[in-house]
Design a protein around this ligand. Structure first.
Ligand code: GRF
Length: 211
């Protein structure tokens, strides 16, 4: 464990329930601290959650930039300004340019509402229901240059009930996300994750995960 909590930047686009889980867990965990919350949209609930917790916020809007690279550079600059050593994409709905992985190597974490490599993309819960799977879940992974593709940190399965709709299934998926994401960020912050190619080794696995 490091002497002081590792500063991280959390990137959001919406309600920020995963951000809230990170905020709620940080005091007990004492190994990471949310230094700044960056949103690509103004007026989202996640920004209020950050402000309520006394965390700095910044809106970096996609429309203000001429390219994915310049947008990404601005996000990284904000994170850097706040001393962030890692980025956590918590419901962030934009794809980062490769420059982000160069500036934060093996230090960008994403949470995805499916068991990757099944159902990548922005409609994972809807796609899982449409496909008829009886098992889906949550993946927390490092971000690489492909979408929803980088080395997997932890996964956990969630059963799809016959009468599930997108809302009911997503609610149960998010319950799992809210537990797995803070665990993964804590492990990252303590230096407990080693990446070897596509494989991530934990010094100690979280008890309920099926990594
Ligand atoms: C989460 O389910 C995440 O997996 C997906 O978008 C959702 C964001 O929810 N990419 P929230 O903003 O954290 O409430």
């Amino acid at each position: 464990m490091t002497d002081s909590p590792l500063p991280i930047a959390v990137l959001i686009s919406g309600s920020g329930s995963n951000l809230q889980a990170l905020i709620d867990a940080q005091d007990a965990a004492q190994d990471y601290v949310v230094a700044v919350v960056i949103s690509d949209r103004p007026d989202v609930r996640g920004l209020d959650r950050a402000a309520d917790a006394g965390i700095s916020t910044k809106v970096v809007e996609w429309a203000d930039f001429e390219s994915r690279s310049s947008f990404t550079r601005a996000l990284c600059d904000v994170a850097d300004c706040h001393g962030a050593k890692g980025l956590v994409l918590a419901g962030f709905m934009r794809i980062l340019a490769p420059i982000a992985m160069k500036r934060f190597p093996a230090a960008i974490i994403n949470v995805h509402p499916a068991l990757l490599p099944a159902f990548p993309g922005a409609h994972a819960v809807e796609n899982a229901i449409e496909y008829g799977v009886t098992l889906t879940g949550v993946t927390v992974h490092f971000v690489d240059e492909q979408v929803d593709h980088g080395p997997i940190i932890v996964q956990e399965a969630v059963r799809v009930a016959a009468d599930d709709d997108q809302t009911s299934l997503h609610r149960r998926i998010q319950d799992v996300e809210h537990r797995l994401l803070p665990d993964a960020v804590s492990a990252f912050a303590r230096g407990n994750l080693t990446v070897q190619g596509r494989h991530v080794r934990w010094d100690r696995m979280p008890e309920e995960a099926v990594g």
